[in-house]
Design a binder for this molecule. Sequence first.
Ligand code: ATP
Ligand code: MG
Length: 418
Amino acid sequence: MQSKANELSNILDLWFAKSTDPLIIKQMSMKWSFFLIKDIIEIIQIYMFLKSINLLNYRNYQELFLELNNQKLIILGDNSQGKTNLLEVVQILSLGKSKRASKDAQLVNFDADNAVIHAKVDKGLGEELAIALMIRKSGRRTLKINEVTKKPSDITHKIYTVSFMVDDLHMVAGSPSERRDWLDSILRQLNIQYKDVYAKFEKALSQRNSFIKSLVEQGVYFPNLNDSHREQLSIWNEMFIEAANTVTKYRKALIQELNPVIASHYKNISGKEDALEVSYAGTELQEADLDKRLRVDFIRSYTTLGPHRDDISFVLKSHNAGDFASQGEKRSIVLASKLSEIDLLKAKHNIRPILLLDDVLAELDESRQDHLLDAVDSDTQVIITTTHLGKHLQKWSENAQIINIKSGEIVEKALLGV
Ligand SMILES: Nc1ncnc2c1ncn2[C@@H]1O[C@H](COP(=O)(O)OP(=O)(O)OP(=O)(O)O)[C@@H](O)[C@H]1O
Ligand SMILES: [Mg+2]
């Protein structure tokens, strides 16, 4: 894609340089504008390359300067050296948060007060984004993009990623929250507005919870609610239901889009006709649904119904895969779900997301490794961590950039075969 972008940029240069006659310029503009605008949009939308990552006091990295010079980067290192920490940085750059840290303080080096991430992203046609994010132990963040101060939440939708971590392999039979997080992280990248939709829901949930808790603290329980309590509760209910149902609608719409894609990937991976689908166990709420749960909600001082509790399951051959699928089938399901994520991002944003593979290849057999690596076309940027270059990866990684990480430092840069 870079060559396509360069080519177009050259055509444009030539075109503008040679067109001196106003009439010719006008005719040329009319003739070329449609094609060029279409092409430019295509290139701007598709092209994205993470060029560099510089870190200061990020987890076990005191200082790191990394230039990425190839679509394929392999981060090699023993256990606990900082491989996943580096992938986590790319996750933060795309999602705004790490999938494994619940608090920003965890991201800052034990001996420092703040961490800094600097990254450069090539967006094609000479456009470059310089992202500078300061993360403080206090939780306050500062973000600059091309030297301009932005809201910290503006970090999202600059780069897109699909990550496949060893922990994801437990997603099928793991807790419902893992599957909800998976679905929500896809939605966050697919829909710029989902972040606000979810934030609105969380606010409504927390307001309803606070109200219930405040009554419980006053010794007021469900059967003793007076008219004024009920009236106030119904205001919180209304806001909660509206926000909750919007989240549910987004999730269900995504599942509808996802299902044919995931089914087809699963068939390819398994080589069987076994039908796989994602199923959503929640429904859109009405006030009566909340009323039925009031007793339980007051006992727990917490809203026990809604998208924060809904389960999502993988249904294989009409049964919940979490309950009966073999380890191999579970791996195939997760692999199919990751490949579907890539497809959806490509289809929706016309973007090839950066694929982050954390130690996962060693967990897959050769045929599943093939399915994963085959999905990576030449325009996709891939970052892989591994403790060793197995035979399979070694073959795939010809000409890849390989760095060796030890105790949060690059100890050796190498190009395979050189
Ligand atoms: N805030 C922090 N400050 C300093 N060190 C940290 C911080 N958070 C994590 N670490 C350390 O960073 C080291 C590297 O962690 P990381 O998860 O990146 O290892 P890894 O190379 O992926 O190892 P593995 O192969 O076992 O997955 C660990 O020893 C961890 O204790
Ligand atoms: Mg790791």
